[in-house]
Write a protein that binds this ligand. Structure first.
Ligand code: HEC
Length: 167
């Protein structure tokens, strides 16, 4: 009986400790949550997606690169984000320290720029875009997902970022 109580106590303590890490707003809990989202275990909210889109995409150049990007400028954002991911992988081989983009991040970030600046995927055709995505499974899945299945892009579709020339 004593042993059972002790085990129950230990279990209770473990539950409380895990809950404290995940639920109480402390730096460790926030970090654990951010990591879970980076890995794709939890979805990014719309606000979080906008925040990471600005922070992750303006480490090498300013946000103007995205805000001024346009249908005449080149392929749609889904291709741009794929290229930026490849570029980061390339530079990290040369010792740069930007953390690689995860699939979950890129899927969220692509929706943000599509929503805030513009989405001209339809004009390019899925076949051409898939070729440019070079087997990037997460982005190809996004490409095949209609707007109704893209919660972040849907939420931002009628908004525009300051400085953007929306297409
Ligand atoms: C590791 C550095 C790095 C990161 C991180 C990065 N970029 Fe870039 N980006 C570049 C470089 C280098 C170029 C090409 C040279 C230039 O135009 O400055 C570029 C160019 C661009 C262009 C212009 C392309 C064109 O054809 O005119 C866009 C748009 C762009 N980036 C968007 C993004 C987005 C969106 C993200 C986030 C997913 C991002 N970048 C993250 C380095 C980066």
């Amino acid at each position: 009986m004593k042993k059972l109580l002790w085990a129950a106590g230990l279990f209770g303590f473990a539950v409380v400790a895990i809950a404290a890490v995940l639920l109480v707003p402390n730096p460790l809990g926030a970090q654990a949550l951010a990591e879970a989202k980076y890995q794709g275990y939890l979805p990014y909210t719309q606000d979080e997606a906008v925040t990471i889109a600005y922070s992750r995409c303006s480490t090498c150049h300013s946000a103007d690169k995205m805000l001024r990007y346009c249908a005449r400028c080149g392929p749609p954002f889904i291709v741009v984000t794929h290229s930026m991911k490849k570029y980061v992988e390339l530079t990290s081989q040369k010792g740069a320290t930007t953390r690689p983009f995860s699939d979950a991040e890129l899927v969220a970030i692509t929706q943000v720029w599509n929503g805030l600046v513009g989405n001209w995927e339809a004009g390019w055709g899925a076949k051409n875009i898939k070729k440019l995505l070079q087997g990037d499974a997460a982005l190809i899945r996004l490409l095949d997902t209609p707007l109704e299945g893209r919660p972040i892009e849907l939420a931002l579709k009628n908004k525009s970022a300051p400085g953007a020339h929306k297409e």
